[in-house]
Design a protein. Structure first.
Length: 126
């Protein structure tokens, strides 16, 4: 299997480092964006296997970025997981209804992260 590329959208450097290091240590390559605008540009340019999208970003938030990705034929089929500290009852359903393909809560659980990434990247293998 070729190395799969994951776009990590995160404005907190510690969270970015954690996710990047875990993904790279398990054989994925990463693209990194700290803003939604940069994330959209990278998604269009590189067509990653998966996007891990922080919801709370300065400027355009992750919900708006998802809408823009879904409206572009070049990025509409890329799976996007919401990654957020918003873990109140009903938040998962709200993000899924908004069009995200999955949901991960912060603080990041490494096993949960790797399981979700493997599940979504496997879809694109064949």
């Amino acid at each position: 299997m070729a190395e799969q590329q994951i776009l990590v959208v995160e404005d907190n450097e510690k969270n970015m480092k954690l996710v990047r290091d875990v993904l790279q240590a398990t054989g994925y390559s990463t693209l990194e964006a700290s803003t939604a605008g940069r994330a959209i540009a990278l998604a269009v340019e590189h067509s990653p296997a998966l996007v891990l999208m922080d919801i709370r970003l300065s400027g355009m938030d992750g919900l708006e970025a998802l809408k823009q990705l879904r409206m572009d034929s070049r990025t509409e089929r890329i799976p996007v997981l919401a990654v957020t500290a918003q873990a109140m009852k009903g938040d998962r359903d709200r993000f899924m209804e908004a069009g995200f393909d999955g949901y991960l809560s912060k603080p990041i659980d490494i096993d949960e992260l790797l399981e979700a990434v493997a599940r979504f990247c496997k879809r694109g293998d064949g």
